[in-house]
Design a protein around this ligand. Structure first.
Ligand SMILES: Cc1cc2nc3c(=O)[nH]c(=O)nc-3n(C[C@H](O)[C@H](O)[C@H](O)COP(=O)(O)O)c2cc1C
Length: 360
């Protein structure tokens, strides 16, 4: 293992390469990425982030313009690599709709037809926005898009959840591997959703294994939310950390207060991975809905993105009514470590605490 000086040097080299002053990356979080949050993190010297999954091309351009108006710092734009279209089963969807009708407004059959924006057009919007970094989750970008990123000098950060995925991402040209431990809040980034639950690896095991398997720098993500986690991740082979849940209580995140407050009282074992919100596995607070929808009596969730469409009305009603138990409150296992403080100060404090631990 490298001595502490070498570890700090490794992260300094990473920061130098990507225009950062802190090895702290805001995680891309679809639906939870106000420009103000990225501006604060980037102005502190970290990396801003946009989870563009649900955004039309014009919204991606607007987001980038707004962040650029507030900071000269770097940011990443992130997309999900789409799965093939789902197999629809109207009889099964009807059972899911009836079940969801007990938790929110009645769900019409066409609710399951909602599809995310067109991926190819989103890719063009990413190139046009020209960020320093483009990142991926759930798979790998097509080779022609990777070539176009490289022509423009845009780095590709690939989120992976296993060693095999890390090797595949490096072979496909990823400049940085983001190793996502099973502690992570939000969706699991497994390339093959069918394997996601069986191949859940904790960051303590994943990180050194990935760092040994690839030559490109590795970023650690999942359950990191204080200086101890940052220092541990660097010791285990990471050059930087990516934090999602840990930033969600910052005022700039403008999270629903019911969700933000709940994070503070959520123990690691009070989160759970399920498919009940979108059809893809993701980690949320173990709410009444999430527990009921995973019980043996409940119909299994429809595939992604059908389930996302079917749950939309319930989630919207819960948001309006401030009812945590029917919201989609994504949360990593370290949720209770998230602090309600300005994001820039938090980013700086995380790095100061980690540095003190590494040099002490
Ligand atoms: C609310 C929320 C939304 C997320 N959306 C995305 C996304 O759009 N793209 C992505 O690559 N990862 C997404 N993630 C996963 C994060 O990038 C990261 O892996 C995770 O937040 C790390 O774990 P932590 O929450 O314990 O810090 C999301 C996470 C959360 C909490």
């Amino acid at each position: 293992m490298a001595p502490a000086g070498k570890i700090v040097e490794r992260s300094a080299a990473f920061c130098g390469r990507f225009g950062l002053r802190l090895p702290i990356l805001l995680a891309p979080m679809a639906g939870a990425h106000p420009p103000a949050l990225s501006i604060a993190v980037a102005n502190a010297g970290g990396l801003g982030a946009c989870g563009a999954l649900l955004m039309a091309p014009a919204d991606i351009a607007d987001w980038a313009a707004e962040v650029r108006a507030g900071t000269n710092g770097a940011f990443q734009l992130n997309l999900w690599i789409p799965d093939p279209p789902p197999q629809r089963d109207s009889a099964h969807e009807e059972r899911v709709r009836l079940f969801l009708g007990g938790w929110g407004p009645p769900v019409p059959p066409e609710a399951g037809d909602a599809v995310p924006p067109d991926f190819a057009q989103q890719c063009e919007a990413l190139l046009a926005a020209g960020p320093r970094i483009v990142s991926s989750i759930m798979g790998l970008y097509p080779p022609d898009f990777v070539a176009r990123l490289k022509q423009r000098g845009i780095a590709w950060f690939a989120n992976v959840t296993t060693v095999a995925e890390a090797r595949a991402a490096e072979a496909a040209g990823a400049d940085v591997i983001v190793a996502q431990g099973m502690e992570a809040g939000g969706h699991r980034g497994a390339f093959d959703a069918a394997m996601a639950e069986r191949q859940q690896v904790g960051l303590m095991a994943l990180l050194p294994a990935v760092a040994d398997a690839v030559r490109v720098p590795v970023v650690a993500t999942g359950g990191i939310a204080d200086g101890r986690g940052v220092a541990a991740a660097l010791l285990l082979g990471a050059s930087a950390v990516q934090i999602g849940t840990g930033f969600l209580r910052c005022p700039e995140a403008r999270l629903h207060p019911a969700w933000a407050d709940a994070l503070a009282r959520t123990a690691p074992e009070q989160t759970m991975v399920s498919r009940v919100f979108s059809g893809r596995p993701g980690r949320s607070i173990a709410t009444d809905y999430a527990r009921a929808a995973t019980s043996p009596e409940a119909p299994p969730p429809a595939p992604y993105p059908v389930q996302r469409g079917l749950t939309a009305a319930m989630r919207a009603a819960a948001h309006r009514e401030g009812d945590l138990h029917r919201m989609q409150p994504w949360a990593g296992q370290s949720a209770a470590l998230a602090c309600a403080e300005p994001a820039g100060a938090l980013a700086q404090r995380l790095w100061e605490d980690a540095r003190a631990l590494l040099s002490g």
